[in-house]
Design a protein around this ligand. Structure first.
Ligand SMILES: *Cc1c(COP(=O)(O)O)cnc(C)c1O
Length: 393
């Protein structure tokens, strides 16, 4: 099959919900992908922050294959080993008390929303259900997580949306305090807003939000679907912000490409969701949990330091290009936003694809890089050389 054949077959039967590039990917090794015509691409996207160990990682392939052979799925009416081991590692490495396993980012955030509402309902009754989120946030594509998302472009077509979300400008503590009245049960935020444009929140602001939430018994929920699992150079970004959240969601990178997600709860709220209150058929699936176990094992202190170093290296190399289209660079670890000027970010991503680099956009002017956490310096250099040539006026 060629790229053209595959694209034709695909478009005949799959809904046109995605604006796809004309690239049909066949296989990969490390942080390099190959299409059906044999062309190579340096991967600066990892799916969208998913393929944390790149492609063909031996330990990951072995764990997935062995678990598939041993036990691919059982219902949550029974106990399994990979989920138990993964939960232990996640709690030990975060100081959180318990975890619920789900399958995607949106579903994990839905779980956090339910957790917060029930926490408050149990303790204060039904009048305390509002959740405050930030402008430019992104929390998912279900009806409730769209409502939670603080961008008006997402509040179309699908009315009525779930009630009970208010959005305030990021970085404005007074606006948050004003919006969070006696009817508020939680604040939900991303520490670096990914889809919104790779926008890191200010540390002082986040500390003020945390202190305010604690004083009001409002749950502090952190959406780490994109920032979590080593992406920013620590297992979770909140560990670099010096806060102790009540709930933390994760998905994308956790299982290195197998659909998997979930949320962690601190002792403050880890027993709120009792039997029968929340469930999902595939949650904690043994193959995904085994894959996630390999990802966590790979993210040692040394690997996390390397992620920070590689991120710094990429930022320095791009700055040293002194490219007229590059206005600013921001981000943490291997979550990098290159803010472009005088050129469309979408056009740049299209040209990068043609030239052999896969990258992402974010917000209205940001070129976003989320390479595999295991990318080599040689692959980084190849990708950056292509980036420089594409950005040559
Ligand atoms: C991608 C993303 C989501 C949604 O995750 P899905 O797996 O697509 O449902 C939610 N929050 C953040 C911060 C994300 O980056």
């Amino acid at each position: 099959m060629t790229n053209k054949d595959l694209i034709h077959l695909h478009d005949q039967h799959i809904m046109g919900t995605y604006g796809r590039f004309p690239i049909a990917l066949s296989h990969g090794k490390g942080a390099t992908l190959y299409d059906f015509d044999g062309k190579a691409y340096i991967d600066f996207a990892s799916g969208i922050g998913v393929n944390s160990l790149g492609y063909g990682n031996e330990a990951w392939v072995r764990a997935v294959a062995e678990q598939a052979a041993r036990l691919g799925h059982v219902s949550n009416l029974y106990y399994t080993e990979p989920a138990a081991r993964l939960a232990e590692a996640l709690c030990r490495r975060t100081g959180m008390d318990k975890v619920f396993f789900a399958n995607s980012g949106a579903e994990s955030n839905e779980g956090l929303i339910k957790l917060a509402r029930k926490y408050s309902h149990d303790k204060y009754g039904p009048e305390r259900s509002q959740i405050v989120t930030l402008h430019q946030s992104f929390h998912g594509r279900t009806i409730s997580t769209l409502a939670a998302t603080g961008q008006d472009v997402f509040h179309n077509h699908f009315f009525p949306f779930t009630e009970g979300f208010v959005h305030v400008p990021a970085g404005d503590i007074d606006a948050l305090k004003t919006a969070a009245g006696t009817g508020t049960c939680a604040v939900l935020l991303e520490l670096i807003q990914g889809e919104g444009g790779v926008l890191p929140l200010d540390k002082v602001y986040v500390a003020e939000v945390a202190a305010f939430c604690k004083a009001q018994d409002i749950l502090l929920l952190i959406d780490e679907v994109q920032t979590g699992i080593g992406r920013t150079g620590s297992l979770f970004a909140f560990q670099q912000y010096g806060i102790t959240p009540d709930g933390v969601s994760f998905a994308k990178g956790i299982a290195g490409g197998v659909p998997f997600g979930g949320f962690l709860a601190a002792e403050t709220c880890s027993t709120v969701l009792g039997p029968g209150t929340h469930a999902t058929t595939f949650g904690g699936n043994p193959i995904g949990a085994a894959a996630a176990g390999v990802v966590l094992d790979t993210l040692t202190d040394e690997t996390l330091r390397e992620i920070t170093d590689k991120g710094r290296y990429i930022q320095e190399q791009i700055l040293s290009m002194q490219n007229p289209y590059v206005a600013e660079i921001r981000g943490l670890g291997l979550m990098i936003g290159i803010i472009l000027q005088d050129i469309s970010h979408k056009e740049v991503v299209g040209k990068l694809g043609d030239a052999g680099v896969l990258a992402l956009t974010a917000g209205s002017e940001t070129l976003r890089l989320l390479p595999p956490l295991t990318i080599s310096y040689a692959e980084i250099d190849t990708g950056l050389a292509i980036l420089q040539s594409v950005l040559t006026p």
